[in-house]
Design a protein around this ligand. Sequence first.
Ligand SMILES: Cc1cc2nc3c(=O)[nH]c(=O)nc-3n(C[C@H](O)[C@H](O)[C@H](O)COP(=O)(O)OP(=O)(O)OC[C@H]3O[C@@H](n4cnc5c(N)ncnc54)[C@H](O)[C@@H]3O)c2cc1C
Length: 452
Amino acid sequence: LYNALVRTAVVLFTRDLRLHDQPALAGAAATSEAVVPLFVLDDGLVRRIESPNRLTFLLESLADLRSSLRERGGDLVVRRGDAVAETLRLAQAVGADSVFVGRGSSSYAQRRQDRLGRECDRLRLALRVVNTTTVVAPGALATAERDHYRIFTPYWRRWREAYGPRPVPPPERVHLPGGGLEPGELPPASALTRESTSPALPRGGERAARARLDRWLTDGLPCYGRPGATLSRGPTSRLSPYLHFGCVSPVELAARVRHRRSGGGEEFLRQLAWRDFYEQLLAANPATPHEDLRPRGRSWAEDEEALARWAEGRTGYPIVDAGMRQLTHEGWLPNRARLIVASFLTKTLSLDWRSGAAVFARLLVDGDVACNVGNWQWMAGTGVDTRPNRVLNPVRQAKRFDPEGEYVRRYVPELAQLDGASVHEPCRSPSLLVPPEYPEPLGRPDGVDAAA
Ligand SMILES: Cc1cc2nc3c(=O)[nH]c(=O)nc-3n(C[C@H](O)[C@H](O)[C@H](O)COP(=O)(O)OP(=O)(O)OC[C@H]3O[C@@H](n4cnc5c(N)ncnc54)[C@H](O)[C@@H]3O)c2cc1C
């Protein structure tokens, strides 16, 4: 059916759902006459995602990728089942001689890659594993003692010198092999999950990512990282879900901000370096989603009710409740709010970071094993924080990062009667202004207000 004389490559898309700066796709197009873009809705992956928000965002991103590929004469072939088996089945069916795939860092992705490598060897297919997800690939920077970094500042210094890959342009045309390829259906999210999504979820896909990026480079970047940002008006990019699914390339982002080092560019590069830092930490320590990176012998309290009140935003600390309700409503939270709610769970309530990370993983549309686990362990004091006893006092944090109380009133509307910063301490306000359904505070907020 297919022409055996035409060099054909299969590109297995994973967390790199884009055409711009997609080195796996570009590599395939440069070495082969025909290219088959493939995404496998792996049953194991769908089970692992366990998040209606991320599944919906993923399916929107796939639909967008398919439509962009079709505009260029190609298509996105969609299969369901085991990613390795489906890739090989397709490669054999189209007579491919190579398979291109982006490198993954989680234990799941590493196992998939190892299996794919063994099977490609067996079938004499060339497997090309390329870095599509970070600016600096995991393992590229090592210390004198280890094959990875555990302290951010020296990593960041090396990262700044090391980074520099250039974005590759999107292909003008994508040539599928002749012979009539069945593209496969993209199922609706409702076929994969029965739960509903957060009502204010961003839209997935490369088009939405690029529109947001262009807007933010003009409106957000010039003030990014300036002192005085608050929870309600922080000029952050909100690109995290697009970075997670690879709808936008971190290499392209770095290239586009690197010339603007004065107006926020340097600070933004630092955040991209944090992302790479956690990715290389996970790649080298794949057990950390379950195990402490630095066990410190802490015992965690067991209190299902406190965990449920935290997750539902009913702790009686308005700033914590606002954060958790924003997370439920939007599937996203600003970094400062993530820090406050994570400190509250692990340091004030002494609950295990794993239970907090699981709630985040279910709700966050940007939920990412490396970033989520790395940051939770950092806040819990079991990870890479050089000051593991750091505690964020929620009331002091609230007064500093929500000085007018706008953020809390937006997400905890039952406290709307409280003016200005008084909204952060309802117990000090006249009881007439606080509705009886707003809960009494849980736990005791110790803690110094260290800059984190
Ligand atoms: C407890 C906790 C859990 C977190 N879980 C996740 C997660 O699952 N997925 C996720 O993408 N981020 C996570 N973060 C990091 C960070 O909060 C988000 O990346 C950021 O808030 C996303 O918003 P933004 O895109 O507007 O960020 P911007 O400020 O615009 O930053 C640009 C990009 O840099 C990266 N970045 C920024 N801060 C961090 C950081 N602290 N660690 C790693 N990368 C960073 C993100 O990719 C982000 O999109 C977590 C932070 C905490 C404290």
